[in-house]
Design a protein around this ligand. Structure first.
Ligand SMILES: [Zn+2]
Length: 284
């Protein structure tokens, strides 16, 4: 999709399956299963969608999926699949890992930044994108470095610690402009320092939502908040503000984890806490 001087590509690190209760938190299953039918183990299918932004000067990658460091057990538990995964997806666009200039992590959960690093042939932990600067929010990094009992399982040091050791970590504090066309905005709730990526070029605006709204239904219904969110009431306020801004400015919303719906435009309804998404296909 062309956006003024900027090209947006959606790429994939594969699909995985996870318990539906996590995605819908307090929403009764009798309600959410009307939106998504779970498998026999109560699991739903998730996409690991990343955004590749080509500006005239740079290749910018937003989020990096699960990556290839999971054990066989972990992989089979979530039925992680995908023929070419993230690096194969990039290769199909003619982009090698060395071509990526900037990696932006919306946050440091294992399914969003696992592809930051990889094990090389000799088993050493190395950066997947050796020429890239990795942009992470300071408070997110702090929460990831010192997790608690609830967040420990998803914050894995091997996904972010090597960035600093390599001197390729750029620590951001809140809203920050990264290029003429790209800025990040603080969108707390899912984690305390989650950030979304805003692309503005040629009179168009798009936002990569990360886990502010993993699926469109989370944007359509403000009260539907995943069990994963550490600050659920703040998630609702973040979504309310984003929804208003997106409708006023006709912003294209890009979803990281829905298996089919990639993106869309939000419209208001007669209820102030509910919205309707008009899906849009971006393609490759
Ligand atoms: Zn997350």
């Amino acid at each position: 999709m062309q956006f003024g001087d900027v090209t947006l590509h959606l790429i994939s690190d594969g699909k995985y399956w996870e318990d539906g209760g996590g995605l819908f938190g307090l929403v009764p299953k009798a309600l959410w299963e009307r939106v998504a039918e779970p498998d026999e183990r109560n699991r739903l299918c998730f996409e690991l969608r990343s955004l590749l932004i080509e500006t005239p000067e740079q290749h910018i990658l937003v989020d990096t999926g699960y990556g290839d460091k999971l054990t066989d057990n972990e992989r089979s538990f979530i039925s992680l699949s995908g023929e070419r995964r993230l690096l194969g997806s990039l290769e199909e666009l003619g982009i090698s890992p060395l071509d990526v200039d900037l990696v932006i992590n919306t946050h440091l959960h294992a399914d969003d930044c696992g592809g930051n690093t990889r094990y090389d042939e000799s088993g050493d932990l190395v950066l997947t994108f050796p020429g890239a600067t990795y942009c992470v929010q300071r408070l997110e990094l702090a929460d990831a470095m010192f997790p608690n009992e609830r967040t420990r399982a998803t914050y894995r040091r091997e996904n972010f610690q090597p960035l600093e050791e390599a001197g390729q970590l750029r620590i951001l504090s809140g809203d920050s402009r990264l290029t003429e066309e790209i800025r990040v905005v603080a969108t707390p709730g899912h984690t305390r320092a989650h950030q979304c990526v805003v692309i503005e070029s040629g009179g168009h605006t798009a936002i990569f939502l990360g886990d502010v709204a993993s699926w469109p239904i989370h944007m359509e219904r403000l009260s539907w908040v995943p069990a994963y969110d550490v600050e659920p009431l703040i998630s609702i306020e973040t979504k309310r503000n984003l929804a208003r801004w997106a409708i006023e400015n006709q912003v294209l919303l890009v979803f990281e984890h829905h298996p089919e719906i990639q993106a869309g435009y939000l419209h208001s309804t007669e209820r102030p806490d509910r919205f309707r998404l008009e899906p849009v296909e971006i393609g490759r």
